[in-house]
Design a protein around this ligand. Sequence first.
Ligand code: AMP
Length: 215
Amino acid sequence: MNIIILLGPAGSGKGTQAQYLRDQFGYSHLSTGDMLRSEVSSGSELGQQVKQVIDSGNLVSDDIIISIISNRLNQLVEAKVSGAIFDGFPRTIAQAHAFDELLTSQGLSLSSVLYFDLSLKASIDRISGRQIDSRNNDVYHKVSKPAPVDVQPYLITRDDDTEEKVTHRFNVYQEETSPLLSYYNSSLQRIDCMQSISTISKQLSDLIESFQVSV
Ligand code: AMP
């Protein structure tokens, strides 16, 4: 199984690119943010526990995240999927260590870590136009990726996408997540997020095709 991590701040385009890779290669797309939001909307005990943390822009505890990922990884292995894209996980060094252990216990290893590099200003600009399809979490943007007319009635805006919260989330990212850049140093590939969506998408498909040839 090809395992790809997408690392980068809010608005860097990880979700959009993960959607393309999912559709193009049939890989599973695992966004811990989407999983947590669906727990919140289901009203589950876990959802009630994490709602405030997500709304504040802080990180949910490592234990909760690792347990969610551990269950999902087992399901992926059982389903024998050809690839999985982890979008928004890991976000701390503790999560990265735990993920290494989970992968090793399943006889798996990382194929690549893609670092979506974006400034705070660009992050705020992009998030301010972000819209989500409430049915399947597909991501659109008012200017750079407008939703088709038939999707428009289903669009929502996330509660944590205000300028104040994006700034806070960016600071949390710098403090907690950016140390992962040196942790993954040898498997890291930097993506310049100021390129167009289609240029990045082509760059990522070429990369994944190169894994598939070498597998
Ligand atoms: P995202 O959709 O990736 O922007 O995540 C939205 C929110 O979910 C984050 O601001 C965190 O509160 C929480 N979250 C998502 N993924 C993680 C993670 N790997 N570790 C801790 N919290 C997370």
